[in-house]
Write a protein that binds this ligand. Structure first.
Ligand SMILES: Cc1cc2nc3c(=O)[nH]c(=O)nc-3n(C[C@H](O)[C@H](O)[C@H](O)COP(=O)(O)OP(=O)(O)OC[C@H]3O[C@@H](n4cnc5c(N)ncnc54)[C@H](O)[C@@H]3O)c2cc1C
Length: 460
């Protein structure tokens, strides 16, 4: 019997497993798929033989829990970290602009970055800065209006004109919240502004994996857990959670096994957890029953192999198009671009295109790219690959912020982790890892009590 069983082998589940193993807790991680990594994984593209991510993931300097997790498993050196925030953006109307933060104390670094952003007129740059500082002040004094406003509504309150939304607020909000600003919670945008952009230069840096996502963390995390006596099982699909007298008693697996532990951590998304909860629990415990109402928002990634290099930057943002970001996989991973380049294009909050055929998505993406990226019109496309993640992240609406459950549940030996739980953060890697660490802390304490009870029973 394990002390703790963790269901789910994504960032949250593996971070929980690693934290538990580090504390000497006997842990088992169960993952239903044949591979670990959840919504952040890589695989080999059959046509090119190259490793591609299910979607480009960008991290930030403020991802402190993620850094701790990667450091623990010895994977920190797989990251490329900017020396300071530098975000190039392309706009068909105004050309190229760069937000770049000099080495100044907070908040002067952001002030300098915004005031130098030439995709906005000087007056609009000042409006962004004043709006950002007001949003920050609202967050710091816990202004109750934030919990009731969408991003669009708070931008109205902050008197932000269309131009500042288009070239600054929307790219930031859509990238970090993965949702339409008309739906996304203003509170979460304010949290991002506080954590990432107005808490020092180090936190504002972009961080990218130099290797495929699965190589970034799944192999090292598994090894870390197994070296400490824990187990990581793939193709281990939990189909039921047994509950008796208000406690979880066991897990049922698709292969017929029953597994027991002193404590259990669910690190699966809401649409995975809801069906395996007993009916009575869904009905009688509103905190768990309500997770059915959490919706998700899609991300579409289009991987394109061109016959020539098209981009000098690691990544660049697109203003005013359905395609939001372009990532230069050659530069990020050190791939040799001489035989042709490999770029990944990302559309977040991509409801408008996610149900289109792959060919139509490629055509729409290439239209944006040829419109914006110098040289793209003349380049030949050699190969494309579309990855649709329909359930990419929780949709961070105002209602969702009220429904996100905490790590502790009404069942005293059952804990929740996952990017979608109540971390105060958008559904990101940092939210997932932070939640995993918190659930591990609670589960370790609960399991220790269980072990003590067991020892006392054995002694008597
Ligand atoms: C295309 C895309 C781009 C993204 N970009 C970014 C980004 O740039 N920056 C960022 O920070 N975040 C980004 N994210 C979000 C990030 O990937 C997630 O926040 C993170 O991976 C969530 O991890 P998790 O462990 O909470 O959940 P998951 O990764 O979903 O892990 C849950 C695991 O549980 C398993 N599971 C489910 N049900 C069961 C069951 N019954 N039994 C056993 N196992 C089960 C699943 O197979 C899965 O492996 C992106 C996501 C996507 C899809």
């Amino acid at each position: 019997m394990s002390d703790v069983i963790v269901i789910g082998g994504g960032f949250a589940g593996l971070a929980a497993g690693v934290a538990l193993a580090a504390e000497g807790v006997r842990v088992t991680v169960l993952e239903k798929r044949p591979f670990l990594g959840g919504r952040a994984y890589s695989y080999t593209d059959a046509a090119t033989g190259e490793t591609i991510d299910n979607g480009q993931h960008a991290m930030m300097g403020c991802y402190h829990h993620m850094f701790r997790f990667l450091e623990r498993i010895g994977a920190s050196d797989k990251l490329a970290i900017q020396s300071g925030l530098r975000v190039p953006m392309l706009d068909a109307e105004r050309g190229r602009g760069v937000i770049t933060c000099p080495a100044l104390p907070n908040p002067l670094h952001m002030a300098a970055g915004v005031l130098g952003y030439r995709l906005l007129d000087l007056g609009d740059r000042a409006r962004v800065l004043v709006g950002g500082l007001r949003l920050l002040a609202m967050k710091r004094r816990c202004d109750p209006r934030l919990a009731t406003l969408t991003v669009d509504a708070v931008l109205d309150l902050l008197r932000q004109p269309q131009a500042t939304r288009r070239a600054f607020w929307y790219p930031v909000a859509i990238a970090t919240l993965n949702e339409d600003p008309a739906l996304a919670s203003a509170d979460l945008l304010a949290e991002v502004m506080v954590r990432a952009f107005f808490s020092g230069k180090e936190n504002a840096r972009f961080v990218l994996a130099r290797v495929g996502l699965s190589d970034l963390y799944t192999v090292d995390a598994r090894r870390f857990i197994e070296e400490r006596g824990g187990r990581v099982e793939t193709k281990a699909h939990v189909v039921g959670i047994g509950v008796r007298a208000g406690e979880v008693t066991h897990l049922e697996l698709r292969d017929g096994r029953r597994m027991t532990a002193h404590a259990y951590v669910s690190a699966v998304p809401p649409q995975g957890l809801f069906p395996i909860l007993p009916l009575a629990i869904r009905r009688d415990l509103p905190a768990l029953g309500a997770i059915e109402r959490l919706a998700s928002s899609p991300i579409v990634s289009v991987h394109v192999w061109f016959d020539r290099p098209l981009l000098r930057d690691d990544f660049i943002g697109f203003v005013g198009t359905q395609t939001h970001w372009c990532f230069n996989r050659d530069k990020i991973t050190g791939r040799d671009p001489r035989g042709g380049s490999y770029l990944t294009f990302v559309s977040s909050g991509a409801r408008a295109i996610v149900d289109l055929e792959a060919d139509a998505i490629v055509a729409a993406t290439l239209a944006d790219v040829r419109h914006l990226l110098p040289g793209a019109a003349a380049a030949t496309v050699r190969h494309t690959q579309v990855v649709k993640e329909k359930f990419a992240t929780m949709s961070p609406t105002i209602e969702a912020e009220r429904l996100r459950p905490t790590a502790a549940t009404p069942l005293p030996n059952f804990f929740l982790a996952g990017d979608w739980t109540a971390t105060g953060l958008p559904a990101t890697i940092e939210s997932a890892v932070q939640s995993g660490h918190r659930a591990a802390e609670l589960a370790a304490r609960c399991a220790a009590q269980g072990v003590r009870r067991e020892e006392a029973r054995a002694a008597s």
